[in-house]
Design a protein around this ligand. Structure first.
Ligand SMILES: [Ca+2]
Ligand SMILES: [Ca+2]
Length: 195
């Protein structure tokens, strides 16, 4: 997943540009291609502009309007994007009933496998799981407090975390390492602020 940062950046920029266009221009100008209704779920497909190919998929759920029980509203539950137009989804976003982002999964190098999963609370990221290897398990976890990085855990030499970084502000305060893989820190290293 470390191989194609430029491609990823341009793809994400394209996704952001699309969002801006959608918000600014309203539903009539968003390139909506088709709509499918299945029970109380509605799938709307859009195009980022690549020859009219569908690459944005939004899943809505019909729900009772909390403001008026006689009315039905549509709630966006899931959004899926094919950022590089290869027919495979690369970005999955899920939302709660209030419209806040709950989880975002990304395939950054477009190989069909998820590389990062972001978890949110009240639209703010609280945890990231990173998949550096080709196994199905993450090997790095990042924890955030009030949107700021507080702790990084890595499984460097063992199946579970054996390396811990504690962040204070914008620098690492201390590092813990587990040498025998029992999940307990064996060695602490203090990191001076100017290092
Ligand atoms: Ca793709
Ligand atoms: Ca990938």
């Amino acid at each position: 997943m470390r191989t194609l940062p430029l491609l990823v950046l341009s793809a994400l920029a394209a996704a952001c540009a699309f969002r801006m266009k959608t918000d600014e221009m309203g539903p009539a100008a968003t390139g909506e291609l088709r709509e499918q209704v299945k029970g109380d779920e509605i799938l709307r497909q859009y195009s980022l502009g690549r020859e009219g190919k569908a690459d944005v998929f939004k899943y809505f759920k019909k729900a009772v309007d909390p403001a008026d029980k006689n009315k039905t509203i549509e709630v966006l539950k899931r959004k899926e994007l094919d950022l590089n137009g290869d027919g495979r989804i690369d970005l999955w976003v899920s939302y709660d009933d209030a419209g806040a982002v709950v989880e975002q999964k990304m395939d950054l190098d477009f190989d069909g496998k998820v590389d990062v999963i972001d978890h949110f609370e009240k639209n703010v990221v609280v945890r990231k799981e990173v998949f550096h290897t080709f196994t199905e398990k993450p090997d790095e976890w990042k924890f955030y407090e009030k949107g700021k990085l507080a702790r990084v855990e890595r499984a460097l030499h063992h199946p579970k975390a054996d390396y811990w970084e504690y962040w204070e502000g914008d620098h690492i305060d201390r590092i813990g390492e587990d040498s025998d893989g029992d999940g307990q820190v064996d060695k602490w290293t203090r990191v001076k602020k100017d290092e």
